[in-house]
Design a protein around this ligand. Structure first.
Ligand SMILES: NC(=O)c1ccc[n+]([C@@H]2O[C@H](COP(=O)([O-])OP(=O)(O)OC[C@H]3O[C@@H](n4cnc5c(N)ncnc54)[C@H](O)[C@@H]3O)[C@@H](O)[C@H]2O)c1
Length: 369
């Protein structure tokens, strides 16, 4: 492909999350969405028609499309590795929705295959590229809280079975508050503090069974297989430390609490599961928070794929990298081992800390002209 051309994209997996992706990706002038694929061909055709995408069909057709350079993999978690492997084998770059793979070993294999093929892997969450969290990172990098030292993060919720019509999978291996919500919080903390090196955790299961609250099967109960309260301590290579509580056992709903404490002040981050939100700072002795408006992109899911595409053309590193996602997966597995065994667990994977986006970074600008 010519250096200044938009990057050709195929979306594989046209389910629930594909609406947000397709509406965003088709609005970014640096990308050209060429193909929609799904196991359900009717679904692929419907999404292609809805978003003006010229091609629709099977996964192999999407990957083999000669003008597709970037495959956006929005399949279910169990298919992430297989679709990515196929794309990498044909020399395509891949953006993957979370999780990178079902376990660290499978994720490591994918990154190794991509490195051998000379292609890139990027992975959600890309909320870290949103205005709120980027503004917080710029403030911290500029010394607004002195030297950042510790973090306190909380996500407390009564549980997704209250609103999700088929919530069983959210309480099985690979999910629960740690693996389903943890990536948002742990990715933000890793972006600030660098790689985690050790974790300790305590977990409990508030109830052995839960009841579906909504939908055609409302009232049915199902088994809970994973801890629904996970309290973790994390130690980071650069000297930082964090306390993170993730719970589906709390009648009180409190989402998006992330405070970073530095030598001079505490900074309250926006919700790591959102692209916008305000940043607040409080110095010792302040009676109130100072609110700082967020500056940057609030477009939503797809920013990470766009950053990957632009970085591909520029020959620069992309920010929501496969290495960062692998590290977060490794950290979550270490937390799961710690709470099962009552031990401190080391974390061995590492990643390059992504640069902060420039203040004027605009997803809707044409930069590859
Ligand atoms: N739904 C959300 O709001 C949301 C939010 C954040 C992240 N995610 C992530 O996005 C991914 C997709 O979630 P979803 O909610 O859209 O799921 P979904 O079940 O609604 O859609 C997944 C689609 O992938 C298709 N698919 C499965 N295997 C395939 C294969 N091998 N080749 C082609 N298509 C295949 C399915 O037919 C289905 O249409 C998951 O990894 C999930 O964790 C979803």
């Amino acid at each position: 492909m010519a250096a200044g051309e938009p990057v050709g994209v195929a979306v594989v997996g046209c389910g629930t999350v594909s609406d947000t992706y397709l509406s965003n990706l088709t609005s970014f002038p640096d990308l050209r969405v060429l193909f929609c694929a799904d196991l359900d061909l009717e679904r692929a055709k419907a999404q292609a028609a809805r978003y003006g995408v010229p091609g629709a069909g099977r996964t192999d057709q999407a990957i083999e499309h000669p003008d597709v350079e970037l495959v956006v993999n929005l399949t279910v978690p169990a298919a992430h590795a297989e679709v990515t492997r196929q794309a990498v084998a044909l020399g395509k770059n891949v953006w993957i929705e979370k999780p990178l793979a079902l376990d660290t070993e499978a994720g490591r294999d994918l990154l190794a295959a991509a490195a051998r093929a000379g292609v890139r892997i990027g992975c959600a969450p890309d909320t870290v590229l949103g205005a709120g969290l980027q503004t917080a990172r710029r403030l911290i990098a500029g010394g607004a809280i002195g030297e950042p030292q510790t973090a306190l993060a909380l996500m407390q919720d009564p549980g997704p079975e209250r609103w999700h019509p088929a919530p069983e999978f959210l309480f099985q291996r690979g999910a629960g508050p740690l693996f389903d919500i943890g990536p948002y919080y742990l990715t933000v903390l890793a972006s600030l503090f660098g790689p985690a090196t050790a974790v300790a955790a305590l977990g409990r299961r508030g109830r052995r069974s839960r009841v579906i609250g909504r939908g055609p099967r409302a009232g049915a109960s199902f088994h809970v297989a994973v801890p629904t309260y996970v309290a973790s301590l994390l130690s980071y290579a650069g000297g930082g430390a964090a306390t993170v509580l993730l719970s589906f056992d709390s009648p009180l709903r409190r989402h998006g609490f992330v405070e970073i404490t530095g030598t001079e002040a505490t900074l309250a981050m926006p919700d790591p599961n959102r692209f916008d939100g305000e940043v607040r700072i409080r110095r010792a002795g302040d009676g109130e928070w100072t609110v700082i408006p967020a500056a940057g992109a609030t477009a939503g899911r797809g920013l990470g794929a766009l950053d990957l595409a632009r970085a591909l053309r520029a020959g620069a590193p992309h920010r929501a990298s496969g290495e960062l996602a692998l590290h977060v997966l490794d950290t979550m597995e270490a937390i799961a081992r710690s709470l099962a065994g009552g031990t401190f667990e080391p974390v061995h994977t590492t990643f390059p800390v992504p640069d902060v986006l420039p203040a004027g970074w605009d997803p809707r600008a044409r930069t590859l002209a």
